[in-house]
Design a protein around this ligand. Structure first.
Ligand SMILES: [Cu+2]
Length: 643
């Protein structure tokens, strides 16, 4: 065994715990590995809590790396820093190797979200509770995931530090130590215009193996971003009559080739789907940032229009395509879950900076979680279970996680302080109608913001148009003063698992469902994130989402297929040209009349276009239903219907 050099007492205690555990051979059915918790956090929770024991304090990297705030970077930007990238991969690999009996293992932290539906850190199931702890279709969707991600980042960071500690004293170790100092876990921006020549899904997520530098030199290891390998796969944790395949697959899979044990991930198909829906995802984010000014409306599937949760559902559906990511109780085991949810948390944080006065309002929960019965009213003081903020067993609440700096992280876009105009310019550059990778690169290099601010303040005569040369985009310009959205609702658990609604402008494709998103008439899709697990399905909960139509209609206007985007012109046009189809998780078409609670409505509003790069378009008045576009059509909104 190589001699280990410990950087601090945490590493020492942590590693001795592993040694201890491997000798004692703990049974694989408990989350009671408490002593590691005390070891890790004895410095800050030295007291013994009530209920006969101390609880794990979720403090994020603030608990292990100090209170300096550093940005979580886009995964492709992190990859450009070779040292941080290596530390990240080593740490994540190590995290995934942790014994599954350990409460702080990758396995058990992923298991908080859904399966195996057992208590974590002593937080017991409530009488009418069910499923996992995660909140969906809820006002707590965004705030619950924030301490969840902080917990993941905290344990990841500890593993990164231990990986660095194993290097012998020398310049390499010094490099990794300084890389670690500012390391935060990355997000994957699936909506941005990808770098030239690249697809939307980074290759780092698609390759089965990866090269890393270890103390003994460069080695090829299983890529910890490609899959999590169960060790062991615990049949009883995962078995469900509704979807037995999850108790068979030895690793997490994406768009699996089969439900049998030998299933292969088909990342190439996932990447292709992501490319085809990326522009519409960009358009959805732009809409949310610019037009959704109320927290409730912005945040969850429970609101009647588009939301960050609905966008998030669509990405879950597309990545999973029948694998772990598209099934709520299993999703968090796929390492891509953490990159995806960090992106959602980033969008949440950006939105908070734009609209700081709107936040969680009380709401009756649409369905039960492990600790809250359906119908219970939750608000910003509700405990975000099972995430304790201290050893006494007090929980984090939405109020307490309002700022990301509480957990010692931020995002690149939010480092300019309170300059809202600069933030709006950044959002326009990243997701607006003229978004391009070139502008993103300027932004990343901090050139874009600077030139924008100089221009605004009259300090520079540089024409920002020079940054606009490559417009490969998805968001509308709103130059015609209108916004149109195909609003989609359906029962969340109405079908056998997740499903997706594909929207077309032009004739419906006659190809197989796998090729729908490649059809020239394809506009976008909205995924409904669900499960076939018997334990969670069955309730008639409405989920709402949307496919924005404005950019596609603006293209039709530019191509002279439409004379204007006024509603009296667009109504009849959509009536003949707007089409929708539903695809199951297994890739089969489902007739819309067999989808419970299904409805497509077209909403429109007047919009005042932005007059400069550091302003947003503004919605004028509320949404109107364009009944003429859908009435009399299967699943379409009819006169007299309720949204
Ligand atoms: Cu999710």
């Amino acid at each position: 065994m190589p001699t280990k050099v410990f950087t601090d007492i945490f590493s020492l205690l942590y590693t001795s715990y592993f040694l201890l555990q491997s000798v004692s051979g703990n049974p694989v059915n408990s989350r009671q590995s408490r002593h590691i918790v005390e070891d890790l956090h004895f410095k800050r929770t030295p007291q013994t809590a009530g209920n006969g024991g101390s609880f794990f304090s979720v403090l994020g990297v603030a608990g292990v790396a100090g209170t300096n705030v550093h940005p979580r970077l886009e995964i492709r930007q992190l990859e450009q820093n070779a040292d941080q990238w290596n530390v990240y991969l080593l740490g994540l690999n190590r995290f995934q190797q942790m014994n599954e009996t350990d409460m702080l293992s990758y396995y058990q932290i992923a298991g908080i979200h859904g399966k195996p539906f057992i208590a974590w850190d002593g937080v017991q199931q409530s009488n009418d509770g069910g499923g996992g702890y995660c909140t969906h279709d809820s006002n707590l969707f965004l705030t619950w995931h924030r301490p969840y991600l902080a917990l993941f980042e905290e344990i990841l960071y500890i593993n990164c530090r231990q990986a660095v500690a194993e290097f012998p004293v020398g310049s390499l170790k010094d490099q990794y130590t300084s890389a670690l100092a500012t390391f935060r876990m990355p997000y994957w921006d699936w909506a941005m215009v990808p770098p030239a020549g690249q697809v939307a899904m980074p290759s780092s997520l698609q390759r089965p193996t990866v090269q890393v530098v270890m103390p003994n030199g460069t080695n090829t290891i299983s890529n910890p971003l490609y899959a999590y390998r169960f060790h062991p796969l615990i049949y009883n944790d995962f078995y469900d009559d509704g979807e037995p395949q999850f108790s068979v697959w030895p690793t997490t899979v994406r768009d699996p080739s089969t439900k049998q044990v030998n299933a292969a991930s088909r990342n190439d198909l996932v990447a292709n789907q992501m490319d085809q829906s990326r522009a519409n995802l960009q358009s959805r984010l732009y809409h949310i940032f610019t037009m959704e000014t109320d927290y409730f409306n912005m945040s969850s599937d429970a609101s009647l229009d588009d939301s960050l949760e609905a966008v998030h559902d669509t990405v879950h559906y597309t990545i999973g395509s029948g694998g772990h990511m598209s099934d709520i109780p299993y999703a968090a085991f796929d390492p891509i879950f953490w990159l995806h949810h960090t992106m959602i948390d980033r969008c949440f944080a950006i939105w908070q900076a734009l609209y700081p006065n709107s936040y969680v309002e009380p709401m009756a929960q649409t369905y039960a979680t492990f600790t809250t019965p359906a119908g219970s009213v939750e608000d910003m003081s509700s405990p975000l279970t099972p995430f304790h903020m201290n050893g006494n067993g007090e929980f984090w609440t939405s109020t307490l996680v309002r700022s990301t700096t509480t957990f010692s992280y931020t995002y690149p876009e939010l480092q300019n302080g309170n300059d809202t105009a600069a933030l709006m310019a950044t959002i326009n550059a990243l997701y607006g109608s003229n978004a391009s990778q070139q502008k993103r690169q300027h932004y990343v290099d901090d050139v874009y913001d600077k030139s924008e601010r100089e221009e605004r303040d009259g300090l520079s005569t540089a024409k920002p148009e020079r940054l606009y040369s490559r417009a490969i985009s998805g968001a509308p310009s709103y130059s015609s003063g209108r916004e149109y959205i195909a609003n989609i609702k359906a029962q969340k658990f109405g079908l056998d698992g997740s499903f997706s609604v594909f929207v077309f402008l032009g004739s419906s494709p006659t190809t197989s469902p796998a090729n729908w998103s490649g059809d020239p008439s394809f506009v976008g899709l909205n995924g409904i994130f669900s499960t076939t697990a018997i334990s969670e399905s069955g309730s008639d909960i409405q989920a709402n989402g949307a496919v924005p139509l404005t950019a596609a209609l603006e293209a039709k206007l530019a191509g002279d297929e439409l004379v204007s985007l006024n509603e009296e012109v667009v109504g009849p046009y959509l009536r003949s040209q707007l089409n929708w189809k539903v695809r199951s998780m297994d890739g089969n078409e489902i007739p819309v009349d067999q989808v419970p609670g299904f409805q497509v409505s077209v909403l429109w509003s007047k919009v005042q276009p932005a007059s400069s790069h550091y302003e947003f378009p503004r919605k004028i008045g509320g949404y109107n239903v364009l009944t003429s576009a859908t009435s009399g059509r299967p699943g379409g909104f009819q006169h007299g219907d309720q949204l």
